[in-house]
Design a binder for this molecule. Sequence first.
Ligand SMILES: Cc1cc2nc3c(=O)[nH]c(=O)nc-3n(C[C@H](O)[C@H](O)[C@H](O)COP(=O)(O)O)c2cc1C
Length: 301
Amino acid sequence: MEKDFKLMVAPLQGLTETAWRSVHFRLFGEKQGDVEYFTPFIRAENGEVRARDLRDFTSELNHGMMLTPQIIFRDVDEWKLLVDTLAEAGAKRIDMNMGCPFPPQVRKGRGAGLLRSPDKLSKIADAMSQYIDIQFSVKMRLGVDDAGEALHLIDILNAMPLRHVAMHPRTAKQQYKGNLLLSDMKDFSSRLQHPVIFNGEITTLSDIESLSSDYTGVMVGRGLLARPSLFAEYRSGQELAIKKQEVAFLNMMRNVSTALEKILCGNTQFRDKMKPYWEYAPASLDKKIIKQGRKLGKIID
Ligand SMILES: Cc1cc2nc3c(=O)[nH]c(=O)nc-3n(C[C@H](O)[C@H](O)[C@H](O)COP(=O)(O)O)c2cc1C
């Protein structure tokens, strides 16, 4: 195990907001101390930062965890609005989304759409010098349709003062499926002067181990929903038996459902919010338990 290897929890809209994050931190992150969490993207709407998004960053339930807010923006004006608001709310680090593949966002030039706007990115790179108290990072993809697109941005990215770039080595067109484009990823990383964090399809300890010599860290999303103990296992060097991994998943679900029941109104809202977590249940888990989870949102013991 590499001692300084960074472990990051990927932002997942609708899933890794305050309720899931704070439970995960309490059960699996706190003792590790060095796990970094990211909010799902925070956006501007009608010239203002969405209050709900902002609360996800400022909630007192985040207390103690290393939490970095992520922003999605289409140009330097939207970027400034978001950065100023978050700086005022106490952010010392801000992550910039340049990878969201959702077509309405891409069409408007946000997320992966920015990969095709070097002029807008250059303006943002210039504006960064006015925010010396904030450390920026980028989360991105290799391109929109073509894995070579990110290469055209290398000089602009190298000119930005970035903590790291987290790369999901797919194009936006691939969404969240299909082959990881590993040779394009290597090519990109070798030209980038910033530390590179690998993100995509990491589900086991050996996945993490195999990346630890080539990258500065890993960022894990769906793999942690299914196996919330993954980082704790990696840090302790002890792989949990499958049954214990299942217990860890169920323990997460119990605590997340308790947290959400307190804040959501009514059964339908609760079930709709919980259902997606059950889609990521470990494949080994008893099918009856998964069925009950999907139907009720929680397990009735
Ligand atoms: C439901 C869902 C929501 C996501 N929301 C965000 C988001 O808000 N910001 C972001 O940068 N990436 C988002 N992603 C992408 C993930 O952070 C991550 O890059 C992707 O899932 C690949 O990593 P994984 O294989 O470890 O899950 C989302 C992905 C999914 C499936």
